[in-house]
Design a protein around this ligand. Structure first.
Ligand code: G
Ligand code: G
Ligand code: MN
Length: 424
């Protein structure tokens, strides 16, 4: 439990006494404290601490008795900080941060023991603020987690320089006509050491290390270059059709990149892509991470003409309160609902309601993760418009998806509308 207690220390009174056991630290809210110690019979002032300053912090870190006395110079208001108070926050911190802190604290404790002339045998009992809850394992897991993350991070840096990243593409198909409306770009890491690595294993590391910024820029350029190539293939085989689109996943962390839109616009320009052929996908579960910034960035994206989709809709804070305020034009319903809809009437009701909701809000709807004919038929019955999933194709390399597109466009017309188009 977090324990915060405000305390008022009258002028002249001691907040801490040298030699007492130390458990709490105190942060000064108002007033002034003096930290002092006795040396050879003399009172020696070590420091004076005003608002925002902290005293007694060593008590949080080591079991050592108080090394000095703290006296109020005037009426002083302090807030008590307990170990639990800090450890709750530390539990949520990055393992590397925790591990580094642990190392620093150990050094500090060794240093203090040295200063106080303790031998190795009589050292302060090993205690760290980092293992209040988990005395034996916290350091070990932090250490291994931090090592693993650092290793992946360094390999990933190397991968960016060495061109080991590639984009794969999965078609998005119009349900009625079976026309290919566009593709989603999905990143892969072709690692000489680990083989083909899926984004779930390395995008989070990229996000935390800020490597997501250069990787993001590479994704934009590569996606636009590939889209241009696919548009050319389509134009040769079916001239006059609307240009296909490319969906690009964007991590909300990329919103902190000042050059985000400059790079996006440059990538589109360099490859002669109109921004309205690029659909940026943002996962619903991360939308609220930094709502103000997200909203501003989404508006900027729209102002530049990019299209916007909420990805994995239904897995985050699906709230009608925000939906109509977001400047998005597409809803991508999460795969889970599609997986369940054939056996589960509840899931089907949700899918059907989301389709209806999208229609009423004037949003495009894409069903993700469609794997079977049954799912496709069920979606057709409730008027789903666009479909993505293994039923049509897995994500494939550019060469493979080019061949796939050619083959689809060459296939004999199968519906009234495509017959009309090929007759024209
Ligand atoms: O196939 P798949 O494993 O490709 O993708 C898993 C997840 O990784 C997806 O949910 C997607 O949001 C994310 N992802 C895939 N490609 C990219 C990308 O290029 N950028 C970002 N930020 N995320 C991606
Ligand atoms: O960006 P997003 O979270 O929407 O990523 C889509 C993910 O779904 C990618 O990992 C992609 O490889 C995967 N995927 C695409 N189609 C199917 C499918 O039909 N079934 C399953 N299980 N996964 C799919
Ligand atoms: Mn996506």
């Amino acid at each position: 439990m977090v324990e915060t207690v405000v305390k008022i220390v009258p002028a002249g009174e001691n907040l801490l006494c040298e030699g007492d056991p130390g458990v709490f630290a105190y942060m000064v809210q108002s007033g002034k404290l003096e930290v002092w110690t006795m040396q050879q019979g003399q009172r020696v002032v070590l420091s004076r601490v005003g608002p925002g300053g902290v005293v007694g912090e060593l008590g949080l870190v080591t079991n050592a008795p108080r090394s000095a006395t703290v006296t109020a110079l005037e009426g002083t208001q302090v807030i008590r900080i307990s170990r639990e108070h800090l450890s709750e926050r530390l539990d949520e911190a990055d393992p590397l941060l925790r591990h580094t802190l642990q190392v620093v604290l150990t050094r500090l404790r060794d240093l203090l023991d040295f200063v106080h002339g303790k031998s190795l045998d009589e050292k302060t009992e090993a205690y760290s603020l980092l293992d209040v809850d988990n005395q034996t394992t916290a350091a070990g897991t932090d250490h291994s987690k931090a090592m693993h993350r650092l290793q992946v991070e360094q390999e990933l840096e190397h991968a960016v320089r060495n061109d080991e990243l590639e984009l794969h593409f999965q078609p998005i198909v119009r349900l009625k006509t079976r026309a290919i409306a566009g593709f989603e770009a999905l990143i892969r890491w072709r690692s000489p050491k680990h083989g083909m690595v899926r984004p779930d294993s390395f995008i989070p590391v990229a996000e935390q290390s800020n490597l997501i910024v250069p990787i993001g820029h590479w994704i934009f350029h590569s996606a636009c270059e590939s889209l241009r190539r696919l548009q050319q293939v389509a134009a040769q085989l079916q001239p006059g059709q609307p240009l296909i689109t490319m969906s690009v996943n964007l991590s909300v962390r990329q919103f902190r990149d000042d050059s985000l839109f400059r790079e996006l616009i440059r990538a589109a320009k360099d490859h002669h892509i109109s921004p309205d052929r690029i659909r940026l996908e943002i996962t619903e579960s991360r939308l609220l991470d930094n709502w103000e910034l997200t909203l501003e960035m989404l508006r900027t994206a729209r102002a530049h003409g990019f299209r916007l989709a909420i990805d994995d809709f239904g897995t985050g804070y699906s709230s009608l309160a925000y939906l109509h305020r977001l400047p998005v034009d597409t809803l991508k319903l999460d795969q889970g609902f599609i997986r369940d809809m054939v056996q589960n009437a509840g899931a089907q009701a949700i899918v059907s309601s989301v389709i209806e909701l999208a229609r009423k809000l004037g949003l495009e709807f894409i069903a993700e993760g469609v794997e079977t004919r049954e799912q496709l038929d069920a979606l057709a019955r409730i008027n789903a418009t666009s479909i993505q999933g293994y039923y049509f194709s897995r994500p494939r390399s550019l060469a493979e998806i080019e061949a796939y597109l050619e083959q689809k466009l060459r296939a004999p017309a199968r519906t009234a509308s495509s017959r009309a188009q090929s007759a024209a």
